[in-house]
Ligand binder design. Structure first.
Ligand SMILES: Cc1ncc(COP(=O)(O)O)c(C=O)c1O
Length: 417
């Protein structure tokens, strides 16, 4: 006889609260308050954003850091600075946040979706290579959940086909791969987000890291209304905008940087522990680790759920988990290529006369990404990064809840004697 489940009215496995996000202390408050009192709120006058750019670039071994107002902006400006524009194709995975592909649309280019790998959910290098045409200009591998995409293969592919690689590192702060970090892995640039859920946050924000001086100069100009280094205030060279961070955000990010190494190490250790423990439960498959990745920041802890082996649908499993005090979700409900912006189906928001040339240039209805479809429909389960900031012993509650649900499913399907 298995233990009674919380969905059936019994007590949950986890009664205590999980660590909350973001983490904030008096030093963070003082850092922002000091900027407020100084009256220097804009980054064109202050030093906090500039200092933060250097500190974040140093952490990743990148030569240059250009802070911007979001991860989406970081992707857009990197594409523009790399010369991506109208008519160019940009290969992206469909299992990612909308911004990865929207950045290409905003640059006037055409996102082309290539499927993900079944065991990492990152862009599949073989699928990406098959999607290359004479119009392909760039590939954006996403380090999804913090797992670094196969950069060795993407870099080699870029060389072979004369393409630009832009890393979407929105989930990969402080990751390490082959002894290096995003922004210094051979790509033209890496783009991070500091939106409120991210592993380093100021509520909103982003940064471009690069080792290429020309790229850095172009991104800095695009971020700051097209101005040039050494140029006059009213002298604008590129079609840039005001994409700057505020000094309040810069100060907060610098203050939050005090914790990033410890938080990342803790998440990674807890993630590795969960991998080890959960792989023993039939029907639960943790993502495949990449031995080249020394530090996995685990923006999400992801698993693959197999309904047939486990014996209940994923939605039911997630509901039971939540009842046991383990907040979990099913992740993206559909692949990005099925969004109305691409498929045209169910399109509600329309601006009369607005041109969306990507829809004419590419047949999104013909896109087939079966691995993404499966991840969205039945397989993926996400736990948020703040759970992994708890102690190792708290991870046992996650294991225990899943084991308890597995045992209850087994007993539900036992024949009554
Ligand atoms: C994978 C990925 N890329 C890009 C972004 C865009 O970042 P932002 O929301 O800061 O524009 C996000 C998150 O929001 C993301 O998860």
């Amino acid at each position: 006889m298995s233990e009674q489940l919380a969905v059936s009215g019994a007590g949950p496995v986890r009664k205590a609260l999980w660590p909350t996000w973001p983490v904030v202390d008096e030093e963070d408050v003082r850092a922002v308050a000091d900027v407020l009192r100084s009256g220097i709120w804009g980054s064109t006058e202050g030093n906090h954003v500039r200092e933060f750019e250097q500190e974040f670039a140093d952490l990743h071994g990148a030569k240059y850091g250009i802070a911007v107002n979001s991860g989406t902006t970081a992707l857009l400006l990197s594409l523009m600075a790399a010369g991506v524009g109208p008519g160019d194709e940009v290969i992206v995975p469909p299992y990612t946040f909308v911004a990865t592909a929207t950045a290409a649309v905003l640059a006037g280019a055409v996102p082309v979706f290539a499927d993900i790998e079944p065991d990492t959910y990152n862009l599949d290098p073989d699928a990406a290579e098959r999607a290359i045409t004479e119009r392909t200009k760039a590939i954006i591998p996403v380090h999804f959940a913090g797992a670094i995409a196969d950069m060795d293969r993407f870099n080699a592919m870029a060389k072979r086909h004369d393409l630009i690689i832009i890393e979407d590192a929105a989930h990969a702060h402080a990751a390490r791969y082959t002894g290096r970090a995003p922004g210094n892995l051979g790509a033209a640039a890496a783009c991070f987000s500091f939106q409120s859920s991210k592993n380093l946050t100021a509520g909103e924000g982003g940064i471009i890291l690069t080792c290429d001086e020309t790229m850095a100069r172009a991104c800095r100009s695009l971020m700051n209304t097209g101005r040039a280094k050494g140029g006059a205030w009213y002298e604008h060279h590129l079609p840039g905008g005001n994409f700057r961070l505020t000094e309040m955000q810069g100060a907060l990010l610098r203050s939050q940087m005090r914790r990033i190494k410890e938080q990342t190490a803790r998440r990674d250790a807890n993630g590795r522990y969960l991998d080890e423990r959960l792989r023993r439960i039939p029907g639960i498959r943790p993502m495949k680790p990449d031995p080249r990745q020394e530090i996995h920041p685990r923006h999400l802890y992801m698993l693959r759920f197999d309904t047939e082996t486990f014996g209940i649908p994923r939605a039911e499993f997630v509901e039971r988990l939540k009842a046991e005090g383990i907040p979990a979700s099913q992740g993206y409900p559909i692949g990005l290529h099925h969004q109305p912006l691409y498929s045209g189906k169910g399109l509600k928001e329309q601006i009369p006369g607005m041109r969306l040339p990507h829809r004419q240039a590419h047949d999104y209805g013909a896109v087939a990404c079966p691995v993404t479809e499966r991840a969205c429909a039945t397989e993926a389960i996400w736990l948020n990064q703040n759970l992994l900031l708890a102690e190792k012993r708290d991870m046992e509650d996650i294991v225990c809840a899943m084991e308890k649900i597995a045992a209850s499913v087994a007993s539900e399907s036992e024949p009554i004697k």
